[in-house]
Design a protein around this ligand. Structure first.
Ligand code: S3P
Length: 421
């Protein structure tokens, strides 16, 4: 696909629902008692994989453009699937499922696409095995022998909400108490939703305590727009001259807003308006205006608060004066692709001064760049970041695979080109 260039970016956009919250609403709704009604659900490929897996375990899930209705089976109501559960490209589906399936009284197998087969699952299977789980393999396909679990006191070795959530979910079924100690705070959508559903869960700073729970009660979930999708328009509005974009109804849970802090540090004009609460999550309309950006240093405990946004933050750094250093971000290597390598290789094609480091990258920005033939590595966030990057490159750019954007944002290109006015 040739990446069409726009000259300005103006107007309002509503990004699709939050991916993390959409996954959790289906999973927790499936093991709750009663009917979970989800509005604003992300109809992206990853969340559809989650729906598909739970349908295969006997959960009745109705999908319509307005809402998703999950008819919960209760904590003990899932049925043994007749086939291997296929999680597509979705790390969240794969890892979170492990926590639930480890505690069932049936066996299951899980696998996904070529990218999933390369993503580390030991980070989930190891703590679960300390709880008594029996899971074969550290890469997909995983074979899970459902069994009785017991609580553990576990110190996290990576800042990962997927690992944390898998342990919390197993903790709902495990005898006794499960304590999880985070070293850096990662997204807390699971804790918030489980609290609303009546689970015995407490959060005290970086420590989470879960006790065996007999039942969860279904709740209504109104999924806010995904800040990770809003990120592309935030950076677009900042780098394009004479532009102003409002992204409406975006989730601004503090565990997710690192991008706002970093862009403001870089000199970005970002306003949050109409801040409100929706189903336990904070939501706002975000307005960004063209800004002259300057380089910055990004590292430490802000990283889990912006991990998925780093490829598009790197785009902002390209158009910022001076140096941007991204460090402590080695987790980028185990995303849908190695996002440190992918960003450095693709950005270098445009003449950008960018260097790969062991835990991030260094970008010397503020220089002219030229177009290139980009590879996405099948990674949705690479496809969307490169589309933003190409806007200010001299000459033509192409993308080898624009379809992969459908993993988190099926209408990305329509929404993007509508802003050209
Ligand atoms: C997610 C957690 C993060 C994030 C992913 C979604 C979640 O992954 O990158 O896109 O929904 O819990 P890690 O837990 O691997 O950091």
């Amino acid at each position: 696909m040739i990446i069409k260039k726009i000259s300005v970016a103006n107007g309002a956009v509503r990004v699709p629902g939050d991916k993390s919250i959409s996954h959790r609403a289906v999973m927790l709704g499936s093991i709750a008692d009663g009917i979970t009604e989800i509005t604003g659900f992300l109809m992206g490929a990853d969340c559809l994989s989650t729906i598909d897996c739970f349908r295969k375990m006997g959960v009745d899930i109705d999908v319509s453009p307005e809402k998703v209705i999950v008819k919960g089976k209760g904590l003990r109501g899932l049925q043994r699937p007749q086939e291997t559960l296929y999680t597509g490209n979705s790390g969240t589906t794969t890892r979170l499922l492990c926590g639930i399936l480890a505690a069932q009284d049936f066996d299951t197998s899980i696998t996904g696409d070529a990218s999933i087969e390369k993503r580390p699952m030991g980070r989930v299977t190891k703590p679960l095995s300390l709880m008594g789980a029996q899971i074969e393999n550290e890469y997909c396909p995983l074979h899970i022998h459902g069994t009785k679990l017991h609580g553990i006191d576990y110190k996290m070795s990576v800042a990962s909400a997927q690992v944390k959530t898998a342990i919390i979910l197993a903790g709902l079924y495990a005898d006794g108490t499960t304590i999880i100690r985070e070293t850096e705070k990662s997204r807390d959508h699971t804790e918030l939703m489980l609290g609303a559903m009546g689970a015995d869960i407490k959060v005290d700073g970086l420590n989470i305590t879960v006790n065996k729970t007999n039942s969860l009660k279904a709740v209504k979930v109104n999924v806010p727009g995904d800040i990770s999708s809003a990120a592309f328009f935030m950076v677009l509005g900042l780098i394009m001259p004479n532009s102003c974009i409002t992204i409406e109804n975006v989730g601004i849970n503090p565990t997710r807003t690192g991008i706002i802090d970093v862009l403001r540090n870089m000199g970005a004009d970002i306003e949050l308006n109409n801040i409100r609460e929706s189903a336990g999550e904070s939501v706002a309309d975000i307005t960004v205006r063209s800004s002259s950006l300057k380089g910055t240093e990004i590292g430490g405990d802000i990283i889990p608060r912006l991990i998925d946004e780093l490829p598009v933050i790197a785009v902002a750094a390209v158009f910022a004066k001076g140096q941007t250093v991204i460090k402590d971000a080695q987790e980028l290597k185990v995303k849908e692709t190695n996002r440190i390598r992918a960003v450095v290789d693709e950005f270098s094609k445009c003449g950008i001064d960018i260097t790969e480091t062991d835990d991030g990258m260094i970008i010397n920005g503020g220089k002219d760049i030229h177009g290139a033939d980009f590879k996405t590595y099948g990674d949705h966030r690479m496809a969307m970041s490169l589309t933003v990057l190409a806007q200010l490159a001299d000459g033509e750019s192409t993308l080898d695979d624009s379809d992969c954007a459908c993993v988190s944002y099926p209408d990305f290109f329509d929404d993007f080109y509508r802003l050209d006015n």
